[in-house]
Structures are given as C-alpha cells and as structure tokens.
Design a protein around this ligand. Structure first.
Ligand SMILES: Cc1ncc(COP(=O)(O)O)c(C=O)c1O
Length: 455
C-alpha cells in the first residue's frame, strides 16, 4: 500500500479491480465537455428525461413536512398500492407483506446479492452494475453467452450450458438475473421463453432476480410479461419509478418477493440489511409515490404518453441506423440500442481501433458521439459493440423535454415530431452516416459542422 493514502487504507475484498460505474463516468465527461463549450451528442446516459408529472410534484410538496423515519419495509399504505398496481398491471401475485421499498432498485439488487448464497448467472450483455455489485459482495459471476449474429438473444440452451459448466467446475450457480425489457439491447423475453425457462428454473431450484424496471416502457411489439407469472415461488421482481415516470433522482425502487415462506425469509434478510444501512426510503418521496402507484387516470395517461415518445424516438433511431447498414437488433422496449461494428473490423483495425472502448473514444473525439462500449455490459471487446441511449437527445434541458411533451400533447404527428423537432437526434444519425461512409471509403472526412452550444 502506497504511503500516499496514509492514514486511509482500502479493503481489497470487494473493491479490487473496480472503477466508478461507466455510465456515470461518461455522463460526467460529457458534462465537462459541455461546460468547456464543446458540442456532444449524448447517447451515453440512460436517463428518462420527461418532466415530473404536476400531480406527483404536488404530492411531494404536500408531504414535505413528513420527516419521520418510516419502516424499513416502506410505508404500509404505499406497499398496499404497489401490490394492487403489480397485480393489475403485470398480473403477478403481490402481497403488501412481501414487498420492500428501497432507495432505488439498484440498492435493493445489491442487498439481495449480499443476502443470497450462490454464484450469479448473468446474460451477455447485462446492465453495467450487476457484475460490479456481485464483485463487491464477493460473489462469483458466470456469463451466459450470446452473440451479435443472433441479435444477442438469450437462449435457454445457453443458460443450461453455463449452469452445467459452473457446476462441473465445482461451482454453485444459484441465481439467474433476468432483465426484460433489457438494458442494453432493448429486447424483451417472449412468453415462450419464459414458460420454458420457468420449468427449468423450477427443476433446478434456481433463484430468479427479475429486473423489470422498464416493464412499462414497451414499444407495442411484444407485451411485457413477468417471469413471476410462470415461476412465482422462486422469483423476486424488481421495479421502481425511475424509468416510466422519469423519477430516477427521487430514488424509489421496489422488490416483490414470492408469496410463500421462502419469500418471507428472503425479505427478512433484505429488511435486516436495509435497517442496518439506509434505514428507510425518504419519507416525502414515499408519500408522493402513493400518487405514482395510485393509478390516477392523469398520471396513467402521462405514463403512456412518455412511453409512446420513448418508443417512437428509439424505433426511429433504430430504423435510421439499420438503413445506414449498421447491424442493430430491433428493440421491443426501454430506450436503448446495441449496435455492433464488426462488419468494419478491417478498416477499423487500419485506424488502430481493435476494441469497443477505442471505438467509443474515437466516436467521441472525432464525431462528437458519446456512447458506451459494449464490454462494460459484458460483451467481448472485439465484438465492437456500443450501447446507445435515445433518452437524452433533444431533451438535454428541462425546457427541451417539456417542448417535446407539449408538441405531442398538441397532436403533432409522430413523423413530423421526429423530423422537425429532433434536430440533435437527426444530426447524430448524420454523424453515424458520415462515420460509416468513412469506414466504407477508408477516408477520414472533413471536420463535421457541429452546432454551437447554447445551454
Ligand atoms: C436495468 C436497470 N436496472 C436497474 C436500474 C436502476 O434503477 P433505480 O433508479 O431504481 O436504482 C437501471 C438504471 O439505469 C437499469 O438500467
């Protein structure tokens, strides 16, 4: 240990090899570039940007006086509302006694990984934080392979093989993490897959952590179904307000445990961790969440409007990139795309670009495109994949986000909204077009005409 840090010394147990979360790092880098007056098309950060619904904002104001510590499980009234919401919207069994409310689903996933025994089985690619969280709690991760050629589809045969391999290596693969709609691919698991998977998980006695934080952000192609409908006894469902209501900064997540004795035991463990760490979720936010989960018709209409806007913006970006010739699976939900550039492996190698991180840095430096390398999601670096988020473009400021909502409410047609009120989205697509043209001709283009930054 270097004397430089004296008297602080760090515990290598969970931290060794870890860096701050890549999504937050790229966001900070983009903000820094913006502060310096540089232009960046921010496709790096998956934050839903729609304004807070006025009724929910009012509920928070009305409850600002609530300053007591609430139970670690969360306010009873809120858990009742959440149970009804999940039963009605997602058709899964949910009891208030088997629900915990936490400061974001991220903290709840961490508590679950800390509480549960067994190695973690993670589909390739997976959201950036699962693997580091497992690392922090000293849990081994086994990746379930998938490929760009196959649209990164999660296949049951791949899960079975990865579980078998872990067992053959004397491992204990006890937990499978599913995330549908998916970050980073935007894909959703089909009913057929869920039925087969449930049967397998039951036979093998696996625990399923089902991250359904994007469950309401569907694009209308596939209906979101929770694995808890097929495997209720072994599934913990995770969700929250961050995505469909754009309330990430309010930090409210939920976990719904199986309606049986085993579920009650796991909840007891997570509740113990909660009570010894964050104690309880912020009281005014919990009371405001009563409005968010209360199925108020205006709030519900707003969720549907925001979902529609996420869907058209993401599908538009997907279609335009696919037309340029970039391989990118069509998303079914959320606000992400996961293209890969392996097709241009040779011209990229001639430019010294052999990994996805080099590719992401090149696009940021030369084309003002902020993206995330696929390898932070567990994809092989030489697959040359990137994660793009559609959620930021043309919603860089609150006023811009409000303007898009206003246009949609006025009834501006989707195609006009996308063509005429999304200058940055269209300019970012143009940058990809120029990049691909460069790869096709092996010629570095002239510096791009970038807009002047006026924030
Ligand atoms: C797949 C996935 N799970 C969980 C989270 C965390 O959500 P929360 O704000 O509830 O902690 C995110 C946020 O980006 C996510 O993409």
């Amino acid at each position: 240990m270097s004397r430089r840090f004296f008297p602080f010394r760090f515990s290598p147990a969970g931290l060794r090899g870890l860096e701050p979360s890549a999504t937050l790092v790229i966001n900070e880098r983009v903000n820094e570039m913006w502060r310096e007056g540089q232009w960046v098309y921010h496709l790096g950060f998956g934050e839903s940007r729609f304004p807070v619904h006025p009724k929910i904002a009012q509920a928070l104001r009305d409850n600002a006086y609530q300053h007591q510590y609430l139970p670690s499980l969360g306010a009873r009234e809120l858990r009742e509302k959440i149970a009804t919401f999940y039963e009605e919207r997602f058709n899964i069994p949910a009891m208030p006694e088997h629900i915990i409310v936490g400061p974001g689903s991220k903290a709840l996933i961490y508590a679950l990984l800390l509480a549960l025994d067994g190695e973690l089985m993670l589909p390739t690619p997976s959201w950036v934080s699962y693997q580091p969280q497992a690392h922090l709690v000293g849990k081994r991760v086994n990746w379930i392979p998938a490929s760009a050629e196959d649209g990164w589809e999660l296949r049951l045969s791949a899960i079975e093989q990865a579980v078998d391999e872990a067992r053959n290596a004397w491992g204990n693969p006890g937990i499978v993490l599913l995330n549908s709609p998916n970050n980073p691919t935007g894909r959703m698991l089909s009913m057929h897959f869920l039925e087969d998977f449930a049967q397998y998980a039951r036979e093998q006695g696996l625990v399923v952590l089902s991250d359904e934080i994007y469950g309401l952000v569907e694009h209308g192609r596939v209906k979101h179904r929770s694995v808890a409908r097929y495997y209720p006894e072994g599934t913990v469902v995770l969700g929250g307000l961050s995505k469909h209501l754009s309330l990430g900064g309010w930090r409210l997540g939920v976990a719904i445990f199986p309606p049986n004795r085993a579920g009650a035991e796991v909840l007891r463990a997570v509740r113990t961790i909660a009570s010894e760490t964050w104690s309880a979720t912020t009281a005014p936010v919990q009371f405001a969440a009563l409005m968010a989960y209360g199925m108020d018709p205006d709030v519900w209409e707003y969720i549907q409007l925001c979902t529609h806007l996420h869907a058209i913006r993401t599908q538009y970006l997907w279609k335009q990139l696919a037309e340029i010739g970039i391989r990118v699976p069509q998303p079914d939900g959320a606000f992400y795309l996961f293209p890969d550039f392996a097709r241009w492996r040779e011209p990229l190698a001639r430019m010294g670009i052999r990994t996805d991180t080099q590719l992401a840095m090149f696009l940021l430096d030369k084309f003002q495109l902020a993206t995330l390398p696929g390898s932070v999601f567990g994809a092989p670096p030489d697959a040359l994949s990137l994660r793009l988020s559609s959620s930021y473009l043309d919603m860089e400021t609150m006023d811009q986000a409000q303007a898009i909502v206003d246009k949609a409410v006025e009834g501006v047609a989707d195609d006009i909204l996308l063509r005429e009120f999304h200058p940055n989205m269209n300019a970012a697509i143009e940058q990809f077009r120029r990049f691909v043209a460069m790869l096709e001709t092996d010629k570095v283009p002239d510096p791009s005409p970038v807009p002047v930054l006026a924030l």
